[in-house]
Design a protein. Structure first.
Length: 219
């Protein structure tokens, strides 16, 4: 039986008027290609369903052709309400600043993450994708990330982007506030953490490592 992976992306398109955001294309593409090349069945979902917007800053003249070729898989995502953890082996949250707006307070996603985690299925996220973990709690009411080694886009990296003052919160700080053991690497270096079935990566440079860690655990 082919393994099944649920990729959850943002629908959010704007940081402030005139500053577009969305999904960071390489983070979606590297994971999508990594999983499908392994023969996994990938389903792409979002809070609202429909189009998953791509951050225009994540596409330029140097974007690999194979990344551009997976863009159509973001055109018609299924709505989160229509998926169940029991149908998948892993859940993966790629980043892009859009995730900071519509994933943290999404109750459906919170329940899905709890269901995956408590069924001992893989919960993976990279860069701003861990924003989706922010609202997730376990059945005992504890934050999913509490006491776990995690990684995500760091406050220092956010300062580099100069978007830090516009965001609803800073991801590293928020995860620390929730009791996570946040392990930061130097800015823009590939880094990921594995704590049981929770796999998290720091930035776009870390997507391949997170994808490979998921594949290693899924077998």
């Amino acid at each position: 039986m082919a393994k099944k992976v649920l990729i959850v992306v943002t629908n959010h398109t704007e940081i402030y008027k005139g500053k577009s955001t969305g999904i960071w294309l390489s983070e979606f593409a590297e994971a999508y290609l990594g999983f499908t090349n392994k023969g996994y069945v990938v389903t792409v979902a979002s809070p609202l369903g429909g189009r998953g917007p791509i951050d225009p800053g994540s596409v330029d003249a140097n974007t690999p052709e194979e990344f551009l070729e997976v863009q159509p898989y973001l055109d018609n995502t299924i709505q989160l309400d229509g998926v169940a953890a029991e149908d998948f082996d892993a859940i993966f949250l790629p980043g892009g600043h859009g995730t900071m707006y519509d994933l943290p307070n999404n109750r459906t996603l919170q329940k899905l993450l709890r269901d995956f985690y408590e069924a001992n299925k893989i919960v993976a996220a990279v860069c701003h994708g861990p924003a989706g973990l922010v609202g997730a709690t376990l059945s005992n009411g504890q934050p999913l990330v509490a006491g776990k080694r995690v990684n995500a886009f760091t406050d220092r990296e956010e300062a580099d982007t100069t978007l830090d003052q516009h965001l609803p919160f800073l991801l590293e700080s928020k995860l620390r506030d929730l009791g996570a053991i946040f392990v930061a690497a130097p800015n823009w270096s590939a880094h990921y953490e594995v704590d049981g079935n929770l796999i998290t990566g720091q930035n776009p440079q870390s997507t391949l490592a997170v994808t490979q860690a998921v594949i290693k655990q899924l077998g």
